[in-house]
Design a protein around this ligand. Structure first.
Ligand code: 5GP
Ligand code: ZN
Length: 113
């Protein structure tokens, strides 16, 4: 648990969030600045700084499974969706608590612009 971490604060309900799914170990919330009609962030409730810092393969599986469940529940299972994990500075990670972006509801070119 980190005092000032945005995602830890959301877990503690110190900052409001639009929660779309929750498990014992993870939370899924709508991104405040969505880049697609569906843009959800899936992250562990315990503080893990980035993908590199996640040592537990079962937890990684849990997060990916939740990301998939969220995509289906948000109606983009058939049309398709993108999962993105930005890691550290060059990866474009701006908040240092591991999170999976789930993006869908529009076509997305690769590589992203
Ligand atoms: P990153 O750049 O670290 O991969 O992604 C951080 C994401 O968090 C961004 O897409 C940004 O829009 C989102 N974000 C930043 N502040 C907040 C907030 O207070 N609430 C929510 N729900 N999302 C946020
Ligand atoms: Zn945190």
């Amino acid at each position: 648990m980190s005092e000032s971490c945005l995602f830890c604060r959301i877990v503690r309900s110190e900052i409001p969030a639009d929660v779309v799914a929750e498990t014992e170990k993870a939370l899924a919330i709508r991104d405040i600045n969505p880049e697609a009609p569906v843009h959800v962030l899936v992250f562990p409730k315990s503080h893990v700084a980035s993908l590199i810092d996640l040592k537990d393969e079962a937890e990684l599986g849990h997060l990916m499974a939740l990301a998939t469940t969220v995509a289906v529940e948000q109606g983009v299972g058939e049309s398709g969706f993108r999962t993105v994990v930005n890691t550290r500075a060059d990866g474009g990670q701006t908040f240092n608590h591991l999170h999976i972006h789930v993006l869908g509801g529009r076509g997305m070119a690769w590589p992203p612009g």
